[in-house]
Design a protein around this ligand. Structure first.
Ligand SMILES: *Cc1c(COP(=O)(O)O)cnc(C)c1O
Length: 390
């Protein structure tokens, strides 16, 4: 054994995204006890910042220990009891994961399946909600497997009309595109730290609204999770100086999240959204100038997660390997039906910079040229530049 020294990479995949030095260094500050009075101040600031970020002033917000999937698990396990019905919209890998979790909670799951690349269709969801009184409607705001945005407003409204609680997966959306917990009247929202927040992975920002809190309080059976049991968690996070030990919070990871939230507020949320939009426009212009195609229509495209078709005759894994080796650039491959057919380019959080778009275009051109697909990198860079500078 000796000290592990990770290589320097530029993370332009589906997550994690690049973590800035200030956020990395925050984690190197002294570890203190999780019941230390100084730590309580940190917890309170993080909770308040999360409620501003989710734009959900009346939700109980806290960062759960665990990755984005922990947020999903907490939402499903706290809201659903055995035998209850859950409508889960599936338009990619993460909606499917939610449906599998709901089954493990003992729920009767009604899947509303969509083709990869389509946004969730409210009309189809409504038909499923009519079919049986559902307790929960779950869906993904920003489907990272396909780069597709769905509109949560009509979906949350449908849930409300049918007396169901809405669960909105905001893992890839939070910090990259607007998340409007209160305006959507969403019941539960959750996210992860390693996508558009650009903090190290391992925490799941979580927001539980008033109706959901009532539903949790009215459960007849205990949640099938101890770690993520919402009432137990709130005894720890909400207890002020009388906080009860529940688990040991990941103290240093919380320093990093706090610093990432400070950085985001310094930039301003709207400015961050505009930056994600600008670098996306630059990437699209540059990649299209190289003759590459985007399978998702412009109306449903996520700026922070760009799906690009692999041209015929190109070995996509080989291209990614070359980009990593020669340019230090990581991008993602396709998942499920799209495995081998697309690349996924994340421009999330601290990774969403004009410099990274230029580097990505050079790396992509290098990888294509290496496989005999002649592309004009200068034309691509020039096309991107018209969108990157504004
Ligand atoms: C990444 C992601 C998750 C899971 O997050 P992990 O941190 O990998 O557990 C869930 N939903 C969506 C939409 C994601 O992009």
């Amino acid at each position: 054994m000796k000290t592990f020294q990770p290589p320097r990479r530029v993370l332009l995949g589906p997550g994690p995204s690049d973590v800035s030095n200030r956020v990395l260094l925050a984690a190197a500050r002294p570890t203190i006890g999780h019941l230390d009075p100084a730590f309580i101040g940190l917890m309170d600031e993080i909770r308040a910042a999360l409620s501003r970020l989710f734009r959900a002033p009346h939700h109980a917000c806290l960062p759960l220990p665990g990755p984005g999937t922990a947020g999903m698990e907490a939402a499903i396990m706290n809201l659903l009891e055995p035998g209850q019905a859950a409508v889960i919209a599936i338009n990619g890998v993460f909606g499917r994961r939610m449906a599998e979790m709901a089954e493990r909670a003992g729920a009767e799951v009604i899947r509303v399946e969509h083709a990869m690349g389509e946004p969730v269709d409210p009309a189809r969801v409504e038909a499923a909600l009519w079919a049986r009184g559902a307790k929960v409607l779950g869906f993904v705001h920003a489907e990272t497997s396909t780069g597709v945005a769905s509109d949560p407003a009509p979906l949350c409204a449908l849930a409300r009309e049918h007396g169901a609680l809405s669960i909105v997966d905001c893992v890839t959306s939070l910090g990259g595109i607007p998340v409007e917990g209160a305006a959507w009247d969403a019941d539960v929202l959750y996210s992860g730290t390693q996508k558009c927040l650009s903090a190290p992975p391992g925490l799941a920002p979580f927001a539980l609204g008033p109706r959901a809190r009532e539903a949790v309080a009215a459960r007849k059976t205990k949640a099938r999770t101890w770690l993520y049991d919402f009432d137990l968690l709130m005894g720890y996070w909400d207890g002020g100086n009388g906080r009860a030990y529940h688990h040991t919070a990941p103290i240093n990871a919380l320093y990093s999240l706090h610093e990432a939230l400070v950085a985001l507020e310094e930039e301003g949320l709207e400015a961050a959204f505009a930056r994600h939009r600008r670098v996306h426009d630059g990437l699209v212009a540059g990649a299209e100038a190289m003759g590459l195609r985007f399978p998702v229509g412009p109306g449903a495209r996520l700026p922070q997660l760009n799906v690009i078709e692999v041209p015929a005759g190109v070995d996509e894994a080989k291209a990614r390997a070359l980009m990593l080796e020669r340019f230090g650039v990581e991008i993602g491959g396709g998942l499920a039906d799209w495995a081998g057919r697309v690349w996924r380019v994340g421009l999330m959080g601290a990774s969403a910079t004009p410099t990274n778009v230029r580097l990505l275009l050079e790396a992509l051109a290098g990888a294509l040229n290496a496989q005999g697909k002649a592309v004009d990198v200068q034309a691509a860079l020039d096309a991107a530049e018209t969108r990157l500078v504004s």
